[in-house]
Write a protein that binds this ligand. Sequence first.
Ligand SMILES: [Zn+2]
Ligand SMILES: [Zn+2]
Length: 178
Amino acid sequence: MSRAVDLFFLFSTEKNFVREKDFVLNLLENLGFSIFERGYLKIPSNAFSPSRKQFNAGLILSYLSQLKKSEVALGITKEDIYFGDLNFVFGLASPTSLLALVSLLRLDPVFYGFPQDEVLYFSRIEKEITHEIGHVFGLLHCNNPLCVMSFSNSVFDVDRKTKDFCQTCLKNFRKKSV
Ligand SMILES: [Zn+2]
Ligand SMILES: [Zn+2]
């Protein structure tokens, strides 16, 4: 039995996900999901903070909760998102509502002035989506720096960890996700 996920591409200005779409679909399949593509959706303007020039990840999650039809909903965006006091977040998840959001913006080497590097970019996307899906199923941050559930404050942290759950997190993930 596989779990179902609603997949949304959320945009405000940047709505081109052509490079990333198939990769995300494959990844979700590999994580054991059957996928319902829910298309491209404009992020409600009330989620935008004019002073921060960023979107409030919590408000986007509550928007997703209204649209969710499957067990889990995942939103992918290229807008900059924040939560609480953090300058930015790569993603946010709610284990109680089974929702996750990942921003690709700061995972792209181009954002930091580096040349396009698809291998690096996609490896970061894999880690951050896996990380947020782990949170959806109740996994907490892990102290093992190689584990995909270790906390990432910067892309350096993302690049340091692997795309895999450590043994303990994997056991918990399997227990909770089937
Ligand atoms: Zn986390
Ligand atoms: Zn772990």
